[in-house]
Design a binder for this molecule. Structure first.
Ligand code: FAD
Length: 450
């Protein structure tokens, strides 16, 4: 009998638990390392595997929502964590919300009883020299973070997220907002930015609401965010200050900072606006735009309320809210392949939030692919790149092809999928259904061809 191939998985969170399961199901002998409960992350509260640190929702189950598409793909690919989530589901309308404790206990029991998995409750402080998956999450321990930084190069490991909100282009009112680059010096003829112009009265009302809006309580380890963020190893810079903190420095702080209107003329008035919020393209398809300089720590409902006061964003659809929290993630466009392999070491995989994929479901999904691909590689088969028209394939493609200079984590959304082939005009929902159907057919076809 040939001895089983061995794989180390670091971190038994969402990605690591799914990765270990997938590899073990394919016959690998897996050592799954988890530092909790001996060493805490500061956010987890138990020693259970796959503990959800915050919300208990895994997103909408509707088949024409991005999270619904990803859930269907996970189901099709036999995700163990999705099965546990469905078993731990609570009534929550169309959302897949779970009882956190039941969910984590179910996952823990499944992993503990798998004959091919051995759980080791121990911190990993070095990159394993043999076949391994790093799934240590956004709160990776310091020693391992240092080891990853040494592997990738310090400039390719990020420690904090200073994320600005992202809105969908189709929800921006282009009768109010206008395209232009400052002083007409852009790359695109029509202007690189979408500009939301303010009158003085609109600006003053907006700033007053911004400084008094409710903020998320910062955890101890995140307090330095208030001072300016350590966005990359050894670099603190003020550009990452939350917008509401900057606004507190004085009524004109934003008008002379991220909202300065210089070099811009509002085509409706023919004049320079009093202030502007600029929106910058966020994905290749040009369907998503981020609010430049608007990294924030406001609660999500407050972001929706206050940022919808920006002229042109009254009906804005927020694809992602701004966030500021500790988040360890590698510069995936530089160091990873869409198979989730480390570019310079084919037997080393990354999975979960540390790849730059955001959100519970996306983290489970990258764990699934990493576990599957690690098994394939150890069993002499080529690791797989999923079709970019599937949600999981698009996520892996996005993180490995995004612009490195502005790389920020991304969750499942339709904006990262390639445009549909059809030229016919469709409403938002109809288009979402078409994306979902294409993703389903392409994944089926891909699996049949294997
Ligand atoms: C505070 C916070 C709140 C969040 N809230 C949400 C939310 O509401 N909804 C959402 O969709 N996403 C949320 N996220 C983002 C993300 O989806 C979750 O963090 C998710 O759990 C990440 O999955 P993961 O498997 O990559 O990491 P985790 O689930 O964190 O798993 C990583 C595991 O690795 C272990 N570990 C770390 N270092 C080592 C080491 N050196 N050796 C051994 N083990 C180690 C950790 O203890 C942990 O168990 C949040 C993130 C944070 C930080």
């Amino acid at each position: 009998m040939t001895p089983k191939q061995e794989l180390i998985v670091v971190g038994a969170g969402l990605a690591g638990s799914e990765a270990a399961w997938q590899a073990a199901q394919r016959g690998l002998r897996v050592q799954l390392y988890e530092m909790r409960p001996t060493i805490s992350t500061g956010a987890h509260q138990t020693g259970d595997l796959a503990e959800l640190v915050c919300s208990n929702s895994l997103g909408s189950m509707l088949p024409d929502r991005a999270s619904g598409v990803l859930q269907n793909e996970l189901r099709r690919l036999d995700s163990m964590l999705l099965e546990c989530a469905e078993a731990a589901a609570l009534p929550a309308g169309s959302a897949l919300a779970v009882d956190r404790a039941v969910f984590a206990r179910l996952v823990t029991a499944r992993i503990e009883s798998h004959p091919n998995i051995e759980i080791r409750r121990q911190e990993v402080t070095r990159i394993p020299p043999g076949p391994a998956i790093i799934a240590s999450g956004p709160l990776t321990s310091t020693s391992l973070s240092n080891a990853i930084a040494a592997l990738t190069g310090e400039e390719h490991l990020h420690f904090y997220d200073a994320i600005a909100p992202i809105v969908s282009l189709e929800s921006v009112h282009m009768g109010i907002a206008f395209r232009a680059s400052r002083f007409g010096r852009g790359e695109q003829e029509q202007g690189d930015y979408i500009n939301c112009p303010f009158t003085q009265a609109e600006y003053e009302t907006f700033v007053a609401e911004l400084v008094s809006a409710e903020r998320i309580q910062l955890r101890d380890f995140e307090r330095e965010i208030e001072m300016g963020v350590k966005a990359r190893a050894h670099h603190f810079f003020e550009g990452c200050l939350p917008i509401e903190i900057m606004a507190r420095r004085g009524n004109q702080a934003l008008a002379f900072g991220p909202m300065r209107p210089v070099g811009l003329t509002d085509p409706r008035s023919g004049k320079r606006p009093y202030a502007v919020v600029q929106l910058r393209q966020d994905n290749l398809a040009g369907s998503l735009y981020n609010l430049v300089g608007f990294q924030t720590n406001l609660t999500f409902p407050e972001q929706k309320r206050v940022f919808r006061m920006i002229p042109g964003l009254k009906e804005a659809e927020f694809v992602r809210y701004g966030q500021m929290h500790r988040n360890t993630f590698v510069a995936a466009p530089k160091v990873l392949l869409p198979t989730l392999q480390f570019r310079r070491r084919a037997d080393l995989f990354f999975a979960g939030q540390i790849t730059g994929v955001e959100g519970y479901l996306g983290n489970v999904a990258t764990g699934l692919l990493a576990g599957w691909n690690a098994a394939r590689r150890l069993q002499g088969q080529a690791p797989l790149t999923l079709p970019v028209t599937t949600m999981l394939g698009a996520l892996c493609h996005y993180i490995t092809h995004a612009d490195l200079a502005d790389f920020q984590p991304m969750k499942a959304n339709f904006g990262i999928l390639p445009p549909l082939a059809t030229r016919s005009r469709m409403g938002r929902r109809e288009r979402a259904r078409a994306y979902a159907e294409r993703a389903r057919l392409d994944l089926d076809h891909f699996l049949e061809e294997l």
